[in-house]
Write a protein that binds this ligand. Structure first.
Ligand code: GLU
Ligand code: MG
Length: 433
């Protein structure tokens, strides 16, 4: 067998695509990459191709990054991939490369606040096989039934250079939650891709199938992706916490949260990007339905998380904001880029986070919500795309061209499921994610 390395990109569909090359060519490939095609970006999650401004024209390079390398050894078989950047033949970042889009957002954060982002993705997934771990929400027996999967997955996560934090049998049928430690900058989004890929590979190695679909059954809860964020300066000193700030938020954190909440309805199509994502984003599912800030409230779209540390220095390091309106149909790079841009916008506009809510917002009338500055988040992908394409500020961050290509991409996904009922849609998504 000739050992191969797979050069990978996580694209607009949130899928990981790429090409493999012989491992002994690595040195050359780190310079010249593998050939890539612009229209690939319009391959949707159902294998359809959306309308593309590029047609059959153009050439790009996908350059693997050894900092995002994964070698997973499953005994009788192994996997080897590297996430990379897509560049033009001239070597410039390609405008539709999700990783480059995130790098630009992080550079903006550095510019406007002198801050670097630490982020940790908390993921929920479900096993699609027959075993129905019913009545096992947070259960020990449910966990033990899949201990081999959990231990294999956590070992692979550690072998990939990431920090396993915790894993559990979540509330839903056959649902698990896997958490890793924070990573700096673009690596946090790479890590999210790696966790998803390793989960699917681990399950398949054990003869099972794992799905990261946003929701399998509207009668139950969804699979969320919660993004925990904190800020550090160039020396790694924490910038997120201020004991005298509102709920412990530093001015930077409050402004960042203010921006995310203000632009949330317009970035939702990037963080919750599937048709069925909107079945999950409804009240009473511990997901997110309004643009509210919560203090330890799991029904808020942005939550100020509890800290367990006792001494001031550790509290300052542990303090973090959690974005809850995301799922794994989203490319982590694109989702994080949208959140960071919204946060930067908040900093530039001098916003402050709204008062944390401590009540069930679904009980308020539209007029009451409006009077208090809350919006019900878009309730369909169509509505979310309309918000995205109608927001000039967001277009300023991501470019008009990007938004138009993204909306066309998503339109092809909408068209694919338009004649399906809810059950058929859920089935289609659980197969692809
Ligand atoms: N399953 C919930 C979601 O869809 C999250 C539950 C939790 O708080 O972990 O976001
Ligand atoms: Mg959970």
């Amino acid at each position: 067998m000739l050992p191969l390395i797979f050069a990978a990109t996580c694209d607009l569909s949130g899928k990981v695509r790429g090409k493999a090359f012989p491992a002994d060519q690595l040195e050359k490939r780190l310079q010249r990459g593998v050939g890539w095609t612009p229209t690939n970006v319009q391959i949707n999650c159902f294998d359809g191709i959306a309308e593309s401004p590029f047609g059959a024209l153009g050439d790009l390079l996908l350059i693997p990054d050894p900092a995002a390398e994964v070698k997973a050894d499953f005994g009788e078989r192994s996997e080897h991939f590297m996430i990379g950047d897509i560049v033009t033949l001239e070597g410039d970042p390609w405008a539709f490369c999700t990783r480059s889009i995130l790098k630009a957002a992080l550079a903006r954060l550095e510019r406007v606040a002198g801050a670097q982002l630490l982020a940790a993705f908390e993921h929920e997934f479900q096993l699609r096989d027959e075993t129905r771990l019913v009545g096992e929400g947070y259960g020990r027996a449910g966990f033990e039934a899949e201990r081999a999967l959990c231990e294999t997955l956590m070992a692979q996560i550690a072998a990939a250079g990431l920090t396993p934090d915790s894993i559990m049998k979540e509330y839903g049928v056959n649902q698990f939650e896997v958490v890793i430690g924070p990573e700096l900058g673009v690596r946090a989004a790479d890590a999210a891709v790696i966790v998803r890929e390793l989960t699917r590979s681990t399950a398949s190695h054990l003869g099972k199938a794992a799905t990261y679909t946003p929701i399998r059954d509207p009668a139950s809860v969804g699979n969320g992706v919660h993004i925990h964020m904190s800020f550090v300066d160039g020396e790694g000193a924490p910038l997120t916490y201020d004991p005298d700030g509102p709920q412990g938020m530093s001015a930077l954190t409050s402004a960042f949260a203010g921006g995310v909440l203000k632009y949330l309805d317009s970035i939702l199509a990037l963080t919750a990007p599937s048709v069925i994502s909107y079945l999950r984003l409804t009240p009473h599912r511990w997901s997110a339905a309004y643009n509210n800030l919560g203090f330890r409230d799991r029904e808020a779209s942005v939550r100020i998380c509890p800290v367990t540390a006792k001494d001031p220095a550790s509290i300052a390091r542990q303090f973090n904001l959690e974005y809850r309106a995301g799922d794994a149909a989203a490319c982590p790079h694109l989702a994080l880029a949208a959140i960071v841009h919204a946060g930067c916008q908040g900093i530039e506009e001098g916003l402050e986070a709204s008062e944390p809510t401590e009540e069930d917002l679904s009980l308020l009338s539209a007029a009451d919500l409006d009077a208090r500055g809350f919006v019900r988040l878009p309730e369909t992908l169509d509505a979310a795309l309309e918000k995205l394409s109608g927001n000039e500020v967001v277009a300023g961050w991501l470019t008009e061209e990007f938004i138009s290509v993204y909306c066309a991409h998503k339109q092809s996904e909408l068209d694919h499921v338009k004649d399906m009922d809810t059950a058929a849609r859920c089935a289609a998504y659980e197969q692809t994610y």
